[in-house]
Design a protein around this ligand. Structure first.
Ligand SMILES: [Zn+2]
Length: 267
């Protein structure tokens, strides 16, 4: 197997387990797991509510403040947050390099990605040239929610904001081929592989459909794919193996594992 100098995991959360009794032990576990899998850099995604077992934005920033190889995504909840306060908070985090992008959770939250209330946040990402990461697809045991994150709404903002870097998480599983078809022509849309090796996702979507969709995005449409695992919820090794079994060149694999994340997030 080809071995890589560097791997960036672009999609991590704090692990939640019975034996991890504080955010500090959760963050230490995450750091250990990255080391065990020779992952050199990681991007941690906080929750967008205050009281969460995976930590909120402020908590995640504080936890990893002195860890140079861990980066944080900003999060926003347009249904709950004071939006003016949130914008100035995120602006400050961008300014001091405390966040490297912004994640939204349509489907977890009952709003669409093209909701007008998001526009100042999209413009903030453009101003700092950082990606907007968008949760897509079903939630475990709930397919209704995916109406909120249908990629047909994402191409709307890709078109309205051509300089906005968009990263689609989870490839709108289980409808991965539909996601490829509808988004492939937008130069500012990229994808991460988070949760795509998860058991439930693989069973419902089909392993071959997932691999095929990733391969044609890379080989036919020249799209950027970013390795991400959704660790915390998902298994790191399964996601590394997914990338290693794709029928692509070593150069393309290196781009997925490292270069695309470094480039898009500016790491
Ligand atoms: Zn996630």
């Amino acid at each position: 197997m080809y071995t890589y100098e560097m791997i960036i995991d672009s999609h991590l959360h704090l692990p939640v387990r019975d034996n991890l009794l504080s955010l500090e032990t959760q963050s230490q576990e995450l750091i250990n797991e990255l080391q065990n899998h020779r992952i050199s850099k990681g991007i941690v995604i906080p929750d967008n509510i205050d009281n969460s077992p995976i930590g909120n934005l402020k908590q995640c920033i504080q936890l990893f403040n002195n860890i140079p190889n861990i980066y944080i995504l900003g999060t926003v909840n347009i249904l709950e947050d004071n939006l003016e306060d949130k914008i100035s908070q995120l602006r400050e985090y961008f300014l001091f390099n405390q966040i490297v992008g912004l994640k939204i959770f349509p489907g977890h939250d009952d709003h669409y990605p093209d909701d007008k209330r998001l526009e100042p946040f999209l413009k903030l990402c453009i101003e700092y040239d950082k990606p907007l990461v968008i949760h897509t697809g079903e939630n475990s045991g709930n397919n209704e929610c995916s109406k909120y994150n249908d990629p047909k709404y994402i191409v709307g903002i890709a078109e309205s904001f051509p300089s906005l870097k968009i990263i689609i998480s989870h490839l709108f599983w289980p409808k991965v081929e539909y996601c490829v078809e509808i988004t492939k022509d937008f130069a500012n849309i990229s994808y991460d592989t988070s949760a795509l090796a998860d058991k439930e996702v693989v069973i419902k979507t089909g392993r071959e459909d997932i691999k095929y969709s990733l391969e044609i995005l890379i080989k036919k449409y020249n799209k950027k794919i970013l390795y991400g695992s959704d660790y915390g919820m998902c298994n790191l090794q399964d996601h590394i193996s997914l990338i290693n079994t794709l029928d692509i060149s070593d150069k393309q694999r290196e781009e997925i594992f490292y270069k695309n994340s470094a480039l898009l997030f500016g790491l």
